[in-house]
Structures are given as structure tokens and as C-alpha cells.
Design a protein around this ligand. Structure first.
Ligand code: HEC
Ligand code: HEC
Length: 312
């Protein structure tokens, strides 16, 4: 009997031990996860950032934006990097993107965070989440937030000046580029410089190629294709004009010789709104375009724009 009894108490003891162990595991888990949560906000107290921006960073973490985003360069295709986001978009873009991403990005898969325009922060929230701030510091935060609000207002957006969405926008618009991105951008810049040099030397030798393709068989037909891809937005489908001048009449701003036309296309008229096409097109394509423009001369398409320039 004694053996049976002691067996039962042993079983009870085991049960109690088991329960205690489970309790410890749960307690330890919640302890560590609260540690992690606190670390997210604490390590973020970066003295170069304003409290408004820091609060925005807190909102970013609280809303778990990091589930889909990183602040550095990333190799994970499911993660969209926000590295160097500062000044990429106007503040109103961020507002609409957070309220309803599909307004500014076609078919965006990002969820809406419109709730953040109703959530309010005050001095108390900053005291609790970052650390206690003085009334002057709070006034400074409010002034900064008013400034962003005014910018949103001027774009027809009505939102409370101490809404969390404003703090978040402040944070997003302050995400500087990482060292890695800095290097990447320097490299890209150097590469485009080299590419531009290559293109320049190509154009220096291009006169022959351009003339050759102007006279090639079917060149105006090929030119029409190049024109419809690159030029119709400003010069109209049939060259009748729009933002840019009518290209079918006898009036020219920059000359009507083959060489004049080729030069206008290659160098553009940047301060009047036409880019130079030297980095977009090949000498052959420019030749085809010249040939096409000659072929539409005098076609008198409907809706032709008033003549510009001098008759030639
Ligand atoms: C479920 C995944 C998901 C979550 C969560 C998410 N995003 Fe996004 N985000 C996306 C996707 C997908 C895109 C790319 C399409 C787009 O621009 O809408 C994107 C794009 C962005 C962009 C534009 C980046 C650029 O360079 O064009 C910003 C800014 C942004 N998100 C901010 C946020 C913020 C702030 C949060 C948290 C409040 C957040 N996102 C939460 C999926 C997400
Ligand atoms: C973004 C708008 C835009 C695009 C795209 C554009 N152009 Fe232009 N283009 C203009 C404007 C504006 C002018 C007038 C410049 C001026 O006022 O001096 C112009 C002028 C010209 C001229 C000179 C006309 C003249 O009267 O001397 C030619 C030729 C020309 N464009 C050809 C082209 C070709 C070919 C393409 C496509 C490869 C093209 N443009 C694409 C806006 C554009």
C-alpha cells in the first residue's frame, strides 16, 4: 500500500513540476518578446532625428511595416527596400500611398493604413514611448508637424496636425541612404558617365550612319515606328503637333535641312521640353526619323497646330 501511495504522490509531484515548467516557459517567452519590442523603440533613439520622426519610427515598428520592408539593401525578393527613401516622393504621395496605395501605384499590393490619419499623438505619447520631453520640445514637434500638415493641405489633404500619419510621413521622408546604397549609386553614376562618353564618341562618328539610313529603302516606314514609340505624345500621331510643334508644315524653329532635323533630335531643346535623344536612339534610328519627317511634310493632318517658327 505504501508503495502505491508513494507512487501516486510521485505522479502528483510530476504533474506539479510539469505545470511549473510550462508556466516558466510561457513567462520566459513573453519576457523575451517584450525585451525585443522594447529594443525596437529604445535602439531607435537617434539624437539626429526629431521626436516627430522618432515617433514616426515607432509607428513604423508598431504597424510592423518591417514585415514587408527593410531599411537596407536586401536580397530577399519578398522584401521591398525603403533604403534612401528620403525626398524620393512628395509628402502628399506618401499620404495617399498610406491611405489607399492604389491611388498612386497601379495594382499596389500594399495594405491600406488609413487608420493612421485618425490616430492622434500628444506630448504624453512621446513621453511614454521615447522619453520625457519638455514643453518647448513638444512645441517644436508640433511646429514641425504643422509644417508637414500645411504641405499636405496645399495639396487638398485635410488631416489633423498631430495625427500619426504625419509622424510616419516625417519618418519615411527622412530615411537616408545606407553606406551600401551610397556606393551603388556612385557606381551607377560612374557607369552612366562612361556610357555617355561612349555615346558621344558614337555621335561624333554618326554623320555617315545617319545619311546612310536616311537613304535606305523603307527608311520612312521604319522612322514611323520609331516616331510612334517616342514622339507622338508631344507631336501627335500624325505629326500634327501638341505640346511640341506641328512637324508637317513648312514652318521650322530649328531648321528644316536633314542636318538641322537630325541635330534637333539628337540634342533636343531641353529648356523648351524636348529631351535630347542621344542616349535613347541610335544614329540609324535618327536617320529613319528624318526620313519619316520628310515624308509627312505637307500632309496637312486634321487638328494641325498653328505654325511656329519661320517658313522654309
Ligand atoms: C503586406 C506587405 C506590406 C506591408 C505590411 C507594408 N507594405 Fe509598403 N509596400 C508593399 C508593397 C508590395 C509595395 C510596392 C508597391 C507600392 O509601392 O505600393 C510597398 C511600397 C511601399 C513604399 C514605396 C517604396 C518606393 O520606393 O516606391 C513605401 C514608402 C511603403 N511601402 C511604406 C510602408 C509603410 C510605412 C508601411 C507600414 C505602415 C508599409 N509600407 C507596410 C507592401 C507592404
Ligand atoms: C516631351 C515632349 C516632346 C517629345 C517626346 C518630343 N518632342 Fe520634339 N519638340 C518638343 C517641343 C516642345 C519642341 C519645340 C522646341 C522649341 O520651342 O524650340 C520640339 C521640337 C521638335 C523639332 C523641331 C521642330 C522645329 O520647328 O524646328 C523636331 C524636329 C522634333 N521636335 C522632333 C521630335 C522627334 C523626332 C521626337 C521623338 C524622337 C520628339 N521630337 C519627341 C517636344 C517633344
Amino acid at each position: 500500500l505504501a508503495a502505491i501511495l508513494s507512487n501516486i504522490t510521485l505522479m502528483k509531484l510530476n504533474l506539479i513540476l510539469f505545470i511549473v515548467l510550462m508556466f516558466l516557459i510561457i513567462a520566459f517567452n513573453s519576457f523575451t518578446s517584450s525585451q525585443i519590442d522594447r529594443r525596437i523603440t529604445l535602439t531607435s533613439v537617434d539624437t539626429t532625428k526629431s521626436y516627430l520622426t522618432l515617433y514616426g519610427q515607432y509607428v513604423y515598428n508598431r504597424e510592423k511595416c518591417f514585415n514587408c520592408h527593410s531599411l537596407n539593401q536586401t536580397k530577399d525578393p519578398k522584401i521591398i527596400s525603403l533604403d534612401g527613401l528620403a525626398n524620393k516622393y512628395p509628402k502628399s504621395w506618401h499620404y495617399w500611398h498610406l491611405v489607399d496605395p492604389t491611388i498612386v501605384v497601379v495594382n499596389s499590393k500594399m495594405p491600406s493604413f488609413s487608420i493612421l490619419s485618425y490616430k492622434i499623438f500628444n506630448k504624453d505619447s512621446i513621453d511614454k514611448i521615447i522619453h520625457e520631453i519638455s514643453l518647448e520640445e513638444w512645441d517644436k514637434e508640433l511646429a514641425e508637424s504643422k509644417l508637414i500638415n500645411a504641405e499636405l493641405n496645399s495639396n487638398g489633404i485635410e488631416v489633423k496636425e498631430n495625427s500619426e500619419i504625419i509622424a510616419l510621413i516625417s519618418y519615411l521622408d527622412n530615411i537616408q541612404e545606407s553606406e551600401e546604397l551610397k556606393l551603388i549609386r556612385i557606381k551607377q553614376h560612374e557607369e552612366t558617365l562612361i556610357q555617355n562618353k561612349l555615346d558621344d564618341s558614337l555621335w561624333a562618328r554618326s554623320e555617315f550612319l545617319i545619311n546612310q539610313s536616311i537613304n535606305e529603302k523603307h527608311s520612312s516606314k521604319k522612322g514611323q515606328q520609331v516616331f510612334s514609340i517616342n514622339c507622338t505624345a508631344c507631336h501627335g500621331r500624325q505629326g500634327e503637333g501638341g505640346v511640341g510643334p506641328n512637324l508637317t508644315d513648312n514652318y521650322w524653329l530649328h531648321g528644316s535641312s536633314n542636318e538641322n532635323i537630325a541635330n534637333t533630335i539628337i540634342n533636343g531643346v531641353p529648356d523648351k521640353g524636348m529631351i535630347g535623344w542621344r542616349y535613347e536612339l541610335t544614329p540609324n534610328e535618327v536617320g529613319y526619323l528624318v526620313s519619316f519627317l520628310k515624308s509627312i511634310k505637307g500632309t496637312n493632318p486634321p487638328n494641325a497646330k498653328m505654325p511656329q517658327g519661320i517658313i522654309e
